[in-house]
Design a protein around this ligand. Structure first.
Ligand code: GAL
Length: 701
């Protein structure tokens, strides 16, 4: 079986080639630059260039919040200041990611065209202010953004500094105005073939007499109206993604038309401070429309809830998810070089952490390290947010020096740009399952934790330095040796069939409790667990027990006891082989974890939420059985992460990163070469707290 999958890899099913993602084949170092705030300080703008040169930066996102400066009154444009910025940056050898300004609009527009303002779920019209608060349907807003984008493309499309379009800024949120209601109805008409019976069935709307008899009765979910029809809630979330993408497509029309060779991106987010994938939009859909996936990472390093290694694991998870969305390098578009300004306690990065976290990005497939922001604002809400250039305007500033260290190091490894990060394991993440399970009035209110559960399974591989792709359900998973699918609550027939085929053809599949419960309409599968899942796993889940937060049970696996909390599934085991058993309660001694041979592969079912030690041991065994390889053969503590990228046919560039406050010792079972000194090393390698060693090794043939 392993042999069979290996041969797929040899056939090139895993992405192993280099892929250039911007117009230049370089690592990018820089960030959000807001020169419009400094137009009246020409000496500051001149000085910026000197700072940027010394910090070894080369890429700048400009213009995301410049609309009021670019178009101070309707139809009157002011580009001269931006021309100068372009030229100044070009002269210093820098590149520009030019933003479209839809993230925040001028006051004259809200005043003259109130339809551009957003309406919230309680149907309150928002006032002008803040940002990211426009209606995604408004024809006027679409027209206005197209106009300004056309002007920008015409003026700067041929400028040699331009390497990418940064479309808008962190799309998010939703609008419930009349225009959006109408578009929601249209979306549903297309989805349900204009057939209200189909819609009513999918929404199970006879429940509480919620049958829809005319399309005009449909209203978006609201706390003061309909919110109990789960099929509708799910369709609304899908619509919000659809409508946001639709707006994006309108925005980019002039850019695609005038500058077809300039790649497009829009910056994705994470939900902070939990550091889970952003929940508001289904990025698996959005990723199809951008040329490059980029994201803004704001981990809360040194917080008082979790270890540095835990934070590092969560960053790695999102990196691997966003990289896998297009199976190519991504860009880190924003991060802070020191502190943010928007959480309860805005702690600075400790010395060394900035460099370490920047190297982690490169290790996981980023071709950039970019910051919010280049220069700290003087006033308004972001005046204390971390930046390369502080109010003190001093290059001896600790943060500036750390940024420079990152820039200097990145300049030494240009060959990393475009390099792939192959993986033999995939962990599956699904936005729709998360929406649906969060909506379910069952299970534990605070213990569903779908994204966190997927991260916990991912962690077992991260801690052992096994490279992982985090993929979504529409992606191809045939070439992986192992596919881990935790809590995939929502499964359509096609996903179920593809999972079965994967195992049949020799893959190893792991799934868990609360998987395959509802279909794509959030309707529960009838007749128990879907038949193909029963066949693949050789069992039927009978009931899922939800525990109170203080309740505990335990499971015995391979002679050891592991703590269980939150969920335990009672299983009717048919042809599967039980490999772990519940220790207590009415399902005492019954199977908790099973394995099952199906076709040429194997399917494991983990019925309970178990402590980390279980994942470490269970996946540790699978890693051995399937001969899954780390990038370097080494023994390392879990808080040391060893990740890297394949630079060519024979060589990997490897980052050995200590995500802890103590020195750590790694034992290298193979020889590596230090990237700086060209010294060879093997055996014991000592890392100081937060230290990173960058080495090269030969790819095992
Ligand atoms: C991002 C945003 C930036 C800046 C930053 C501060 O979400 O895109 O414009 O506000 O947060 O951390």
């Amino acid at each position: 079986m392993v042999q069979k999958v290996k041969s797929l890899i040899e056939k090139g099913c895993l992405i192993l080639e280099k892929k250039q993602v911007t117009k230049v084949s370089k690592l990018l170092h820089g960030g959000d630059y807001n020169p419009e705030q400094w137009i009246n300080y020409p000496e500051v703008l001149e000085q910026d260039i000197e700072f940027l040169r010394i910090a070894n930066t080369n890429a700048f996102s400009i213009g995301m919040f410049s609309w009021a400066t670019l178009e101070p009154t309707e139809g009157v444009y002011n580009f001269e200041w931006l021309d100068e910025v372009f030229d100044r940056i070009y002269k210093m050898g820098g590149h520009i990611l030019l933003a479209t300004p839809s993230g925040a609009r001028p006051a004259w527009m809200s005043q003259k065209y109130p339809e551009v303002l957003r309406t919230d779920a309680e149907r309150r019209k928002m006032l002008h202010g803040g940002r990211h608060n426009h209606c995604f349907s408004s024809p006027i807003y679409r027209e206005k953004i197209q106009n300004i984008n056309r002007k920008l493309a015409e003026r700067y499309g041929d400028h040699p500094a331009l390497i990418m379009w940064h479309v808008s800024n962190e799309y998010g949120g939703e609008c419930h105005c009349d225009l959006c209601q109408e578009n929601f109805r249209e979306f549903l008409k297309v989805k349900y073939d204009n057939d209200l019976d189909k819609l009513n069935h999918a929404w199970w709307s006879t429940f509480w007499s919620h049958t829809i008899t005319d399309w005009s009765q449909i209203e978006s979910p609201s706390p003061i109206g309909e919110n109990a029809v789960h099929g509708m809630n799910l369709d609304w979330r899908r619509f919000v993604t659809h409508q946001t993408i639709d707006f994006y497509k309108t925005e980019v029309e002039p850019l695609r038309e005038i500058t077809p060779e300039i790649p497009l991106t829009t910056n994705f987010m994470a939900d902070n401070p939990d550091l889970i994938p952003f929940q508001g939009l289904d990025y698996s859909q959005f990723a199809k429309e951008v040329d490059v996936v980029t994201w803004d990472a704001y981990p809360t390093w040194h917080n008082d809830r979790e270890s540095t290694a835990d934070v590092a694991m969560k960053v790695a998870f999102i990196d691997d998810l966003y990289r896998s969305l297009k199976q190519q390098p991504f860009l880190l578009l924003e991060s802070t070089p020191s502190a943010v300004n928007w959480i309860d306690y805005n702690k600075t990065k400790r010395p060394g952490m900035h460099y370490l976290s920047a190297m982690q990005m490169l290790a996981h497939g980023s071709d950039s390290n970019m910051y919010f922001q280049i220069r700290k604002s003087r006033g308004s809400s972001e005046k204390f947010h971390g930046a390369i250039i502080d109010h003190d305007m001093d290059m001896n500033n600790r943060v500036f020096q750390e940024v420079k260290k990152v820039g200097d190091q990145m300049a030494k490894m240009p060959e990393l740009a475009g390099s792939p990060k192959p993986a033999e394991v995939a962990v599956l993440y699904d936005w729709e399952s998360n929406w649906a399970i969060d909506d379910a009035q069952s299970f534990g209110e605070d213990s569903r934790l779908y994204p966190q559960t997927v991260q916990e399974h991912y962690r077992a591989f991260w801690a052992k330095d096994i490279p992982v792709d985090v993929i979504t359900k529409e992606q191809n998973w045939d070439s992986y040796k192992l596919l881990v699918v935790p809590m995939l609550y929502l499964m359509d027939a096609q996903t179920i069939e593809r999972l079965q085929k994967f195992v049949e053809k020799g893959g190893t599949l792991v799934s868990t409790y609360i998987t395959g419960v509802v279909d794509e309409h959030d309707l529960v599968h009838l007749g128990g667990w879907p038949k193909p899942l029963q066949e693949t796993f050789g069992l039927k889940p009978l009931e899922t027990d939800t525990l109170y937060p203080k309740d505990r049970n335990a499971v015995t696996y391979a002679g050891k006891s592991y703590e269980m909390k939150d969920y335990g599934t009672v299983l009717d085991v048919e042809s599967a082989k039980p490999v772990a058993f519940y220790e207590e309660d009415y399902y005492q001694n019954q199977p908790a974890v099973t394995s099952h041979e199906w076709g040429e592969g194997k399917a494991y079912y983990i019925g309970a939420r178990l402590e980390r030690a279980f994942h470490d041991d269970f996946y540790g065994r699978l890693i051995e059985d399937l001969d899954l390889k780390a990038i370097v053969s080494a023994e390392a503590p879990a808080s040391v992460s060893i990740q890297g990228r394949r630079m060519d046919e024979t060589t990997n560039l490897v980052f050995v990163m200590n995500f802890s406050e103590e020195s750590q010792v790694v034992y290298l079972n193979e020889e590596v070469v230090d990237i700086d000194g060209n010294q060879t090393m093997s055996g014991e390698l000592v890392l100081d707290p937060y230290e990173v060693k960058i080495v090269k090794n030969k790819i095992a043939q």
